[in-house]
Design a protein around this ligand. Structure first.
Ligand SMILES: Nc1ncnc2c1ncn2[C@@H]1O[C@H](COP(=O)(O)OP(=O)(O)OP(=O)(O)O)[C@@H](O)[C@H]1O
Length: 342
């Protein structure tokens, strides 16, 4: 359904020099840095799959979504969505895909929400029965009726996101691209959005590609994961396989106030549990990340019980957080100098 073959997207960025004189020189300079936002990426996402596109800030996720939705053209390589080149066949592809960019609105700023939906219905030539069915669904699941006559520009971020998600699904798209879709939503609405996406996937077989920094979105929606690091794919498989690749796990604990200082606690851990990483967390907790080939949860907890006056211990099962922390620790695309540009 979604295919990327050796896709790269490079951006030229004017090389900036510091200071006023540098700024003036920058304006007339032909020196560029080249950013490899996406670098020779190939993947295939079959129909009906819900896949998370995971990577650190600047790893190239939004750029990939822009390539797949036809907003940008690859520098080299090819993308296909439902068999079509999304840039060349933008209109046909637009009828088959839904897109949500959490950071950017797709709605008409001055139109009341319901009017936007009426306009979209005509643009996408949505049959009356489909329109009515979907509007009922959005009223039930996203409380869309409450937003009815408010112009989009007067909506809060959370209200606008509900409208954006509904708009992306109005025409029963075969593929749904979601870039940070639950940004600004409270916990209840985040769950409502995840439920709605899972519902349309189950009912209509909609293929879903999601980027999100919210772990709940990834685990609550996706069954597969594509991991991108510095513009290149480093893992593709099921969520279960991704979690199995975790070689570090974590235990978080809390000790009785006043029993030891944080510095003492860190020293004890360093002495008793070599090769672990102890990270002070909020409200006096410490997160202990341990390599699974060296330590088991049981051994780590035994040491903690022995050395601390524990008031709480938390052992998360599927430790996607540790994995993502490591992925996100990878640096973004490094610009390389390309000398004199055109
Ligand atoms: N139009 C552009 N011109 C120049 N550089 C760009 C442009 N768009 C993106 N980049 C650069 O390409 C790289 C990848 O950006 P992109 O927005 O795709 O990352 P991302 O993975 O979506 O990040 P985030 O998680 O922060 O949204 C970054 O280094 C970014 O600065």
């Amino acid at each position: 359904m979604i295919v990327a073959e050796h896709v790269s997207k490079h951006f030229k960025r004017h090389r900036r020099e510091p200071g006023l004189r540098g700024s003036l020189r920058t304006m007339f300079s032909s020196q560029y840095d080249l950013v490899r936002a996406v670098d020779d990426v190939s993947f295939e996402v079959p129909a009906g799959v819900k896949i998370a596109y995971i990577g650190a800030n600047g790893a190239g996720k939004s750029t990939t979504i822009k390539l797949l939705t036809g907003i940008m053209r690859p520098t080299t390589g090819q993308v296909r969505v439902d068999g079509l080149d999304p840039h060349r066949r933008r209109v046909e592809v637009a009828h088959r895909i839904g897109v949500v960019f959490g950071q950017r609105s797709q709605l008409w700023w001055d139109l009341p929400v319901l009017d936007s939906f009426r306009v979209l219905r005509h643009i996408y030539e949505v049959p009356r029965a489909v329109y009515d069915r979907n509007m009922r669904l959005f009223r039930d699941r996203l409380d869309l009726g409450a937003l009815g006559n408010t112009p989009v520009r007067q909506l809060s971020l959370g209200q606008r996101m509900r409208a954006e998600i509904a708009a992306s699904l109005l025409h029963d798209p075969a593929v749904l691209f979601l870039d940070e879709p639950t940004i600004g939503l409270d916990l209840v609405l985040k769950q409502a959005v995840r439920d709605l996406i899972n519902h349309v996937n189950a009912e209509l077989g909609t293929t879903v590609m999601l980027t999100s920094h919210d772990i709940g979105d990834i685990t609550g929606i996706c069954d597969q994961a594509l991991v991108v690091d510095r513009g290149a794919i480093v893992h593709q498989g099921t969520m279960r396989e991704l979690l199995r690749s975790v070689d570090t796990r974590a235990v978080t604990f809390e000790y009785a106030a006043g029993s030891v200082t944080e510095a003492e606690a860190l020293q004890i851990i360093a002495a008793e549990l070599p090769d672990v990483r102890a990270i002070p967390a909020e409200s006096g907790r410490i997160r202990v990340e341990y390599p699974v080939e060296r330590w088991s949860a049981r051994q780590v907890i035994a040491v903690l019980l022995n050395r601390f006056d524990l008031t709480d211990v938390l052992v998360p099962d599927a430790d996607l957080e540790t994995l993502l922390r490591r992925i996100y620790a990878g640096s973004p695309a490094e610009p390389v100098s390309v000398g004199d540009g055109a």
